[in-house]
Ligand binder design. Sequence first.
Ligand code: PLP
Length: 379
Amino acid sequence: MDTDNSVQTTQMIDDPAVIDLGVGQPQLSLLPLERIRQAAEIRFAQNDPTFLQYGAEQGDGYLRQGLAHLLTEQYGFPVFPKNLFITNGASLGLDLTCTLFAKPGDTIFIEEPSYFLALRIFADHHLRLVSIPVDENGLVVEALEQELKKVRPTFLYTVSAFQNPSGYTLSEERRARLAQLSRENGFLIIADEVYHLLNFSAELPRPFAAYTEEGNIISLGSFSKILAPGLRLGWIQTDPQRAKAFAACGLLDSGGGLNPFTSAIVRGLVESGGLKANIEHLCTTYQARAASMDAALRKYIPGAVYQVPRGGYFFWIRLPDGRDAEALMKRAEKFQVSFRPGVRFSSRGALRDYARLCFAYYEADQLAEGIARLGRALE
Ligand SMILES: Cc1ncc(COP(=O)(O)O)c(C=O)c1O
């Protein structure tokens, strides 16, 4: 098959001359083509066409079993297939949650900063946003309690581990308190936990998925960060009744379960241990890259203030001398380097002296070169 490079297939078009530290995607060489090819070959060799049929609404039963087993092992508490609903990724999970459990004009609580593309999904659903500040231990619960005195939100959206963009993780204590507040005040917690398994820290609080028995919790998981975004496969972990409510919605009644074809292939990778091995490989790789980025920042931008991430994809740095990140980004063009300015992650036009840098898309030496270029742009 011929490949015409002028025809676009990926979301982003790479300019090889520029090191864009803003790209929040895995490097192409980290996408496990061979593992997926083998899993697909095994599935096709079974001569069983059921995965080409409309799928079970809650998702492929074998994938849910395998995933429940993997999550039980990774999270350290029992996860059951009845708690899982298969999605086309966390984005679809979030969109479907808005469709089913919110209505236009509803108020929701989000984090400041927050994952900027989730804000686009909330705009599609005409939701009103109230932002709650985040510190090194995640969402500031006291600030949320203050807001609760004024308005009862339909839900809180939090990226609870290795947040995009800040890399911060919500503490165990705050998770427990938020779960309690959601029960007492009747709002949902949508915990976007897509980075939870990309953990290279010694300790990590239990995911929000640990609280699903209490109701009110919707945990969004994804194969995008631990396998490949092009699979468009993820899951929702929630209480069994809510999992059934997702499965019973009109979209699935008409179209059947989401992504049965990909589910059947990924199931093989889950069962064979290939997914677990891939997660371990990614964690080792990202840990080394984060260390390189940290070393380069200390060398080339010593005035930057940040916490070294212990998981996920991102550094969140405060620029020296209150420099404006958008102005710096313009200047950085000349030095062939880029990043995402903090203001993009703010729903109030703030965080102007912050920058998000991703260490997933480039090798360690390119990351160091990118930071060196950024250092020159700052001079
Ligand atoms: C916090 C967060 N949620 C969701 C997504 C998108 O996930 P998916 O590919 O599963 O839709 C991303 C991707 O960058 C993300 O950073």
